[in-house]
Design a protein around this ligand. Structure first.
Ligand code: IMP
Ligand code: MG
Length: 182
């Protein structure tokens, strides 16, 4: 453990500005609808908290925790639901909120599972998108920032549970093992 802070990739100010824009766009798109925002824990918690406070329309919030199967810290694509939603999705407009879309394996699995619950609509908002690493065909409907192929931390994203509380997004060096835990 060092006390070195990760270098800045996206500043606190840039995040604030972009989250405000996203909230305005989502509010306009879902005006008059029954919006349920589903945060994927733990990574999405900070983003979701800031996003909903900028929204101009009524919104319900629920959470889901998933974890990859197996000992590997790399995404396997097979995920286990550790904590499921309390809300029924049938006929509701569901917006899944993620910190980062990386290989896409986790989100693809989640979205396919949620579709079986017959929401009226199902879309994805991700604070960050790392398209260079995509392994499956999935896109977020709303993206905050497209990021380079670096292991990012902060504003909810972790490296071995560290740095989630950074107010900005930074990155850790590639020689350190990638072990974000969601
Ligand atoms: P996937 O590879 O798209 O399945 O990503 C699964 C999860 O891994 C994401 O929701 C994040 O929580 C985490 N993750 C992926 N890339 C990063 C990163 O660069 N930093 C921190 N966590 C990450
Ligand atoms: Mg996550």
């Amino acid at each position: 453990m060092t006390d070195r802070l990760p270098p800045v990739l996206i500043s606190k100010e840039a995040i604030e500005q972009r989250v405000r824009e996203l909230a305005e766009q989502v509010s306009a798109d879902y005006a008059g609808r029954d919006l349920l925002m589903v945060g994927i824990l733990k990574g999405a918690w900070v983003f979701l908290a800031d996003l909903v406070r900028q929204m101009k329309i009524p919104v319900a919030v629920d959470f889901m925790t998933v974890s990859s199967y197996g000992a590997s810290t790399r995404t396997s694509g097979v995920v286990k639901i550790v904590l499921d939603l309390k809300s029924p999705l049938e006929n509701r407009d569901v917006l899944v909120v993620e910190d980062i879309l990386d290989t896409g394996l986790t989100l693809k699995y989640i979205v396919e599972g949620l579709k079986l619950r017959r929401p009226r609509s199902l879309k994805i908002i991700a604070l960050m998108d790392k398209p260079a690493r995509r392994k499956v065909d999935i896109k977020a409907d709303y993206v905050g920032f497209t990021v380079p192929d670096k292991f990012v931390v902060g504003y909810g994203a972790d490296h071995g549970e560290r740095f989630r509380n950074l107010p900005y997004v930074g990155y850790v060096e590639p020689e350190e093992d990638n072990n974000g835990t969601g």
